[in-house]
Design a protein around this ligand. Sequence first.
Ligand code: AMP
Ligand code: FES
Ligand code: ZN
Length: 321
Amino acid sequence: MIDLRRHNANFCAEHFLEQCRRQVSKAIDRFEMIAQGERVLVAVSGGKDSLAVWDLLVDLGFRADGLYVGLGIGDYSDTSGHHARAFAAERGLTLLEVDIPETYGYDIPDGSRAARRAPCSACGLSKRHLFDRAALEHGYDVLVTGHNLDDEAAVLFGNTLHWHTEYLGRQLPVLPARDGFPRKVKPLVRLTERETAAYCVLRGIDYLVDECPMAAGNRHLAYKEALNDIERRSPGAKHSFYFGFLDRAAHRFAPDAEADRTELVPCSRCGAPTTAEVCAFCRLVDRAGGHLPEAGSPGATPVELGATRRSRREASVGGGR
Ligand code: AMP
Ligand code: FES
Ligand code: ZN
């Protein structure tokens, strides 16, 4: 029996799985995330959320492949890659892989030190660039990440504490395709971390339980803990904070987000949209002592770009999570 206090309900295993599917379908429909027949690329880390969302999408009838990015974070990356590969192999699903050390010649721990960036910031920038690139290069209609309600509520909490109004204006579960970026969606926004973990256990999904060792003690985790504390005293608070924001406040910040957008040009090295001559990712690769892929290898071709406006934050440090 699974007890979900925020829904004031108990579920048996079968009904709990049904409830997860319903919540994901509802998010996809309500925010027009994915249309049937579209080609979907799911960014999978080997953790519970991304494997759960991949499983749920396949179950709901979507054509979804996976993308795993090897970050070079020692044992953590070895194990996470193993979980992603095993999941795909057991189900006969396609998993694309980009290994940063192998293809770009740096890893997140050393590279972020050399580039004088916080590991999570170098990691986030690298992942976003490689997700966008893989989705465009391989012709996917939409890129899916496993961000759940806890993640989104914690980001919202941080953005509200610091009144980052331009980020609030674009903290949405769907970012439409534009500016040479693929559409990006978060179908798990109606499920909590505890729910995606229970989903994996019930579906027999073997996920990596450990959190990334480089993230320990970061602010995002502190916000999650604070919200969990509030949720314990007031079940449903997280949901009403995040969905109340989407329904009643997000649109008020849209002008701030729009004002923050700047003209973009293709990066002279890799073709990604940027405000500078060389994009933030290529600059990170340089400073981290890495290199761009050898000519002829996957990832070596500059990506074709569409229109040219995106946010300053995305251009400099990569936008959102
Ligand atoms: P995080 O930023 O680590 O909380 O991860 C958020 C989402 O990004 C996950 O749910 C995945 O969809 C995706 N993701 C994180 N790490 C990786 C990775 N190494 N390879 C592919 N996708 C990832
Ligand atoms: Fe990126 Fe940990 S997963 S720094
Ligand atoms: Zn570039």
